[in-house]
Design a protein around this ligand. Structure first.
Ligand code: ATP
Length: 482
């Protein structure tokens, strides 16, 4: 517990900078298009980062899709028929109110500018749902300065569409205009009928989808918290409002989301909170919306949204497509449009949270205390000395064998201390060293007993134990997937 406390106290002393630097140094996340001078709000996921992100996705998919009898999966297109976004309200609705600083030309979202201003004053204020005129008034009243240059010289608030536009075909004509999806959810609604017709699902059931979404974000992103493209993990959970009590279902989803973050992702519960959207902030069709928020170093921010969206989306797509998307109850024969509860989260935001929460400093040790299931590499294999062929050969054999079961790392550079240091920063839970005892060439009193064993060092305790090579895979499996 003490170690975690230490990490918590770091939030005031540059934790974000430490994570950004570690992420680059250890191959988790690189700045986007760096050799060309960078591209704002875009990042590349390096060798360790792609594994961590994939492990979070796999965990989400396992818990919410594969291991649930009431869920199925889907992988819809990034480019959907453009009418999809008219029906969903995104063409008119996914529009942000922006202001531009006349002095330095920084453009920023008016709501973020205002909310951050109040947060600095220790007040939590939401301005979602306010008109451009009202936002202008707040900026003027509060005399909010430009976060980049410090001047107070804003243009009036203007609307700006967050959807990326592109064209199908080679001639950019109006009728060929399409959008990169701004959320994965709409793909679920437009495939609702096909899912019903091709499977044996019965209400209540959910459809889960993982995939990239795109938003033309202009506000400074805080590392991978807000980016131009991001991985969403969304669920539309369909139910009959006459047979299912939505309030109960809603609470169940809140519980499932909380358990996933605190249990599967190992995040401290005292860093999380629920925040309910007020009437102004909530979409007009939603009966209840709450955000699960994590205490990022830049404040409590939305991690995962939960919204009861009623039958709004399916009705809209019925209206715009002319296709019947209603459901017929197999027992009563009653025909109706199902209602839906939507838990929607960004995987990249989950990853930022997981890295921040796992960061631990203990004396001069720095380590990522990742749940072993999420760690990019489950173990690292070292020959004690890189210039002794017998040690290297033995270690290579173990590495090749373990690679069949887990993602594992190899390191033979520098001394053992340096290798531990690097693997700690990557969050590798176990380091395996092949030494002279392994070869049966040790000299101590346990030498004979230690033949064909290796030392396994635990990331969190620093303790070492000797494990027989032929028991290694089973040992690691028990520790990682327990
Ligand atoms: P925000 O208010 O932070 O812009 P939002 O309310 O627009 O988020 P939703 O439309 O509810 O977000 O999207 C669901 C989830 O997708 C969010 O909870 C968040 O985890 C993630 N998400 C949304 N926009 C981005 C982004 N630009 N980069 C990374 N993740 C994002």
């Amino acid at each position: 517990m003490k170690k975690r406390e230490a990490a918590k106290n770091l939030s005031e002393s540059g934790l974000m900078e430490k994570i950004v630097s570690l992420a680059k140094r250890r191959g988790f996340v690189f700045p986007g298009s760096e050799i060309y001078g960078g591209l704002a709000n875009s990042y590349e996921y390096g060798p360790a980062g792609v594994e961590l992100k994939k492990n979070i996705q796999d965990e989400w998919w396992r818990v919410f899709v594969r291991e649930r009898a009431d869920m199925v999966g889907l992988d819809s297109s990034i480019i959907l028929h453009p009418k999809t976004w008219e029906a969903s309200g995104h063409v008119a609705g996914l529009v942000d109110a922006m202001v531009e600083c006349r002095a330095c030309h920084t453009r920023t979202r008016a709501d973020h500018l205002i909310e951050n201003h109040f947060e600095m004053k220790g007040e939590k204020v939401s301005v979602e749902g306010k008109s451009e005129k009202e936002l202008d008034e707040v900026i003027q009243q509060e005399k909010i300065k430009c976060p980049s240059c410090g001047k107070f010289d804003w243009t009036p608030v203007r609307k700006f569409n967050l959807l990326f536009e592109t064209h199908v075909g080679i001639v950019p004509e109006a009728q060929s205009k399409v959008y990169l999806r701004g959320e994965t959810a709409q793909g679920i609604f437009i495939s609702f009928k096909n899912v019903l017709d091709s499977t044996r699902v019965r209400l209540p059931f959910g459809v889960g989808q993982l995939g990239k979404s795109f938003r033309n974000e202009i506000t400074k992103g805080n590392f991978i918290f807000r980016t131009l493209e991001f991985e969403q993990a969304e669920i539309e959970y369909f139910f009959d409002p006459e047979a299912t009590d939505w309030k109960k279902l809603y609470e169940q989803w809140k519980g499932d989301m909380w358990t996933f973050v605190t249990g599967n992702l190992g995040v401290r519960a005292d860093m999380l909170r629920w925040r309910e959207h007020g009437d102004e902030e909530r979409s007009f069709y939603s009966k209840r919306t709450e955000d699960l928020e994590y205490k990022f170093p830049f404040g409590f921010k939305e991690l995962w949204g939960l919204a009861y969206r009623t039958d709004y989306d399916l009705n809209q797509h019925m209206k715009y497509s002319g296709t019947d998307l209603s459901y017929t109850d197999p027992v009563t024969g009653r025909k109706f449009v199902p209602h839906v509860i939507e838990p929607a989260v960004g995987v990249n935001r989950l990853m930022a949270m997981v890295m921040l929460d796992a960061y631990t400093e203990e004396g001069d040790r720095i380590f990522l205390k990742l749940p072993p299931r999420l760690a990019p590499y489950k173990a690292a294999i070292f020959p004690l000395l890189a210039n002794k062929p017998a040690l290297v050969e033995k270690a290579r054999g173990i590495y090749a064998d373990l690679q069949k079961h887990f993602p594992v790392a190899w390191d033979d550079r520098g001394n053992i201390g340096k290798r531990y240091y690097a693997q700690d920063e990557i969050g590798t839970p176990f380091c395996i060293t092949v030494d002279f005892d392994t070869l049966g060439e040790g000299e101590g009193e346990n030498a004979a007993k230690n033949k064909d064993t290796v030392t396994v060092r635990d990331r969190d305790t620093g303790m070492q134990e000797r494990i027989a090579i032929d028991k290694l895979s089973e040992f690691l499996h028990g520790k990682i997937y327990r």
